[in-house]
Design a protein around this ligand. Structure first.
Ligand code: HEM
Length: 441
């Protein structure tokens, strides 16, 4: 396969109107089926976003890697021709994911300036320091699950397990008081949804601005050992460090990216294990020898097999480029279809569609690549490894309350389910108290 990103004057470039075009379903009804159709359509495919907004997607790993690392490709939406032409109104359903001011949409020096304070917050040393706190938090959440069961003994793991753990962790890191978390959750869910009405898009943006302003004011008045206080102090020492809008934008991307993705990772892993009981038995067998290794393998295989991020928005070439023989004009939008790549048979072989935490090759692109690769990958891996291990140790007989056919999150970005109903049954000998942290030995 040719996997080059060249200038448009490459003689073999295929005209855009000869490239297949697929309309993406904002409801996410058949996420992996749609990904299969895109893969079958070619290496470089045209797609239509809601309201017929055009974009491109790259369905093979090597060409996408070149795009993600290409020096002439911007993440700044001001370089998107559609946005410049006024074709993307502020109340468009995807606006909240695209027209933002933070490191996700910054290039070069501005990107490094905005990203640096965040990577300093998420060093390996810092993660080791907060690990015991995260383990205790997880044990409390796991212990409380039976209390959330309805009259039929059913507990929704999205609501009571997958959401509270990453939300509490990221809010403690960022400095968000507990009282603000339910509102932030609603706003983040609204942003990730691709079917949002124009009224809701506008209201959500206003509410985000307001709640972030309140958090910044609170930390200005009462600084703490958190990212918001660090960023405020940074600005006091160096007024050029970041603007008001960039400060709010940084907090927002941390809160949003820092929990919604990990929620999906936890749900996708639990669902995969409960629908593949043979694999769960193998994981348990491996965990008896080396629990860290066994649960880390589950996390990596889930990131490959069912990546939390579907189609990430967006990159804009600054000059016409040719990718695998197809010319993408300057100013068009290119998506990164991370969940599609995880099931690429060219990378993972004929059994790419199967969940197998013992497979040899689990290298994946679920955290992206290049200058914008996820700075929270270490934290997400740690949280998910600890949380899955605690859950499956504590409730070894847990099973899905539905047949596994669950409503997807209506989103082009988020690949997960809206709820995960399970029955948790407790064996007396596995009961725990969070003080001793026995779930995470
Ligand atoms: C399973 C969990 C996670 C997944 C799958 C994930 C995935 C990703 C991906 C694919 C990107 C790069 C997108 C691109 O530009 O193409 C990204 C960026 C980012 N992620 Fe994560 N992420 C996760 C967890 C986290 C956590 C826990 C945090 C915060 C603590 C975080 C913070 C960020 C930030 C700030 C960026 C923007 C980086 C930049 O543009 O330079 N993520 N994430």
């Amino acid at each position: 396969m040719t996997a080059t990103t060249d200038r448009a004057d490459t003689p073999s470039a295929v005209p855009a109107d000869q490239i297949p075009c697929i309309t993406l379903d904002p409801h996410g009804t058949d996420h992996h089926g749609e990904a299969e159709r895109m893969r079958a359509a070619g290496t470089v495919v045209r797609v239509l976003l809601p309201d017929g907004v055009p974009a491109w997607t790259i369905t093979r790993t090597e060409p996408l890697l070149e795009v993600l690392n290409h020096p002439d490709i911007s993440k700044n939406w001001h370089n998107w021709t559609c946005a410049r032409n006024g074709d993307i109104p502020d109340d468009w359903s995807l606006t909240g994911m695209l027209k933002v001011t933070n490191m996700v949409t910054a290039d070069g020096a501005a990107h490094q300036r905005l990203r640096r304070p965040v990577t300093r917050t998420l060093t390996a040393r810092r993660l080791q320091e907060i690990r015991p706190r995260i383990a205790n938090l997880i044990n409390d959440v796991v212990d409380a699950l039976p209390a959330h069961a309805d009259a039929d003994g059913v507990v929704d793991l999205r609501q009571h397990f997958a959401y509270p753990i990453p939300m509490a962790v990221i809010c403690e890191l960022v400095g968000v008081p507990a009282a603000k978390r339910p509102q932030l959750r609603r706003l983040v869910e609204s942003i990730f949804r691709s079917t949002t009405s124009a009224e809701e898009v506008v209201q959500t943006q206003a509410d985000i601005d307001q709640v972030l302003g309140e958090i910044i004011q609170l930390r200005q008045d009462r600084p703490g050992p958190d990212l918001t206080s660090d960023l405020i102090a940074l600005r006091q020492n160096d007024p050029e460090a970041l603007t008001d809008e960039e400060l709010a934008g940084t907090l927002w991307v941390m809160i949003a990216a820092g929990h919604e993705t990990t929620v999906s990772l936890l749900l996708n892993a639990i669902r995969a294990l409960l629908t593949h009981p043979d694999q769960l038995i193998t994981v348990r067998r491996r965990a008896a020898d080396d629990p860290d290794d066994a649960w880390a393998a589950v996390v990596e295989e889930t990131l490959r097999y069912d990546a939390p991020i579907g189609n990430f928005m967006a990159r804009y070439p600054l000059t016409d480029i040719t990718v695998a023989g197809v010319t993408i004009p300057a100013g068009d939008a290119i998506l990164a279809p991370y969940s599609l790549l995880g099931r690429d048979p060219d990378q993972y072989g004929a059994d790419a569609q199967l969940f197998n935490p013992s497979r040899a090759n689990m290298r994946h692109l679920a955290f992206g690549s290049g200058p914008h690769a996820c700075p929270g990958a270490g934290l997400a891996r740690m949280e998910a490894t600890l949380a899955l291990r605690a859950l499956f140790n504590r409730y070894p007989d847990m099973y899905l309350a539905s047949g596994g056919d669950l409503a997807p999150v209506p989103s082009l970005f988020s690949n997960s389910v809206q709820s995960l109903p399970v029955i948790v049954t407790t064996r007396p000998d596995t009961a725990s108290s969070s003080a001793a942290s026995p779930n995470i030995a």
